[in-house]
Design a protein around this ligand. Sequence first.
Ligand code: G6P
Length: 613
Amino acid sequence: MCGIVGYAGAKQAAPVLLDGLSKLEYRGYDSAGICVHGEMGLQIAKAKGRLQVLIDQTQNGSNMKGVVGIGHTRWATHGAPSDINSHPHLSDSGKIAVVHNGIIENETRLRGWLEGKGVHFHSETDTEVVANLVGYYYAKHADFLGAVRKAMSRIEGSYALGILCADQPDTIVAVKKDSPLIFGFGEGENYIASDVPAILKYTQTVAYLDDGEMVVFNAHDVAFYDQTGEPIEKKKEHISWELSAAERGGFDHFMLKEIYEQPKALRDTVSPRIRDGRVVLEGIDLSAEYLKGLRKIYLVACGSAYYVSVLAKYTIEKACRIPTEAVMASEFRYSDPVIDESNLVIIISQSGETADTLAALREAKRLGAKTLAIVNVVGSAIAKTADQTIYTWAGPEIAVATTKAFTTQLAVVYLLALQMGYALKTISEKDYADHVAALQRLPDAVSEVLSEENIQKIQYYASRYYGHHDAFYIGRNMDSAVCLEGSLKLKEVAYLHSEAYPAGELKHGPISLIEEGTLVVALATVKPLFDKMMANVREVRARGADVLCVTLKEMEQEARNQSNGIICVPTVLPMFQPSLTLIPLQIFAYYVALNRGCDVDKPRNLAKSVTVE
Ligand code: G6P
């Protein structure tokens, strides 16, 4: 969590840093701060609250003069959100300023050691330890780089650090381990950032730093070093994302923009991987021989990506007949999993940096499994660590609650299932051809769900049900997995208590909670189980629930007779149906959140990249 930026150039640094931070707020938004190196030395402004507080306080950076600086947006780990705990942190000596994304695990020991040397601390943060450690070694040898290296050798944990030294006005030093850091090459200016959107406006040429690496730069020069301190060359990468991808455009919220971007994101993810009616996953080696030797496939992820995994279990087992299990990454790594080279472990992650997911990936590799990652952020830790990676081409996802990343992760699952099923001959030639063709049409079907008429209908239901205290999402088979994600969306953005249950399980406990005024969102898009779903709908209505039903157009009449509200989606092949069923649930959560006055893009207590365990 937390985002960092750094700038050295000819422009005033503060407005650039604030602009960069505005693109990183999804990483944390309980406080923010910047440090600019100007004529007055290291000048710091920081404030608890949203970035806007800092923008107001600094008059959009105009009252901080200087062309070199670092910035930070925070998701508190050590110490509550407060002005004092906000970054940047200054060493006790006043010589060193630091912004940090990550966690220093041996903070207590280092703090005690430094206090023993007479160093005073002012905040509760682990980051102040870094500032003071660098400050301590700098005071001894007056060697900025040497001091950073010495500090790095003593700190344990994860970090991306941007560091300024009062005696070197032009220079920024940045290092990383287990937290993302990119370097941006500009014309007469250079940047660092936690993620691409922060600097996309200024440059599309970047280098991804690897663990243990250091970059030292000013407006004109840059030098990279490996973990032994040897100079290295870094490959320049071109970012193909359009600038508009990181802007809200005409939309009120990123979440709504990203919901509408789903047809394009799907097309970008699927189209390049289908050639002449065949799925082509370049660089992915899953031969029939290898697949036949698999005992079991594991899908490991967190949050919504875990729910993609739950859907993937249905999809892969059906298409490939290989036992498949979805496991939450935070549980997987401590469960002593029975894994060896006869297992394929598929890791799913939008950010590619979720701490539990990364740790689970490393554990799977250690145990000898082949690992394959489905990732959105290019060059991220998970993408680099996995044996093979398939990128989702969703573009930057800024809203904390995922939408288009989910849809594209699911699309990659479809591609994988079809490719593996075809190799194993568990799918007939005809079925394969039908599915490949239908998958190409899926983006259009999603656009159909996003029709103005549907949106208005969902807006109406949101305005009718937003005051309910509890919601239950029920469905059968793949619908039950879609319920998990729909229900999570409502919790995340609308703060409405919501649970998801397989409909058949309802009467084994949860039905006792159904009473007058409970909202039940019933998904009934699995045709063979439609009648059973309607029986469940009758059961909850008999106990006073308001039922909002999502079903197929062809079932509309019958479902309407049983429900208080109805939303229809087009029928596609059963494998792909979840991609359509989910869309109304995303939109419903969005409008319920608006009705409840919630901050949709930045829900309380959450952050998008969860880099702590
Ligand atoms: C957070 C986000 C979710 C996401 C989860 C896993 O909880 O809010 O949208 O699904 O992390 O993140 P990842 O980046 O690994 O997909």
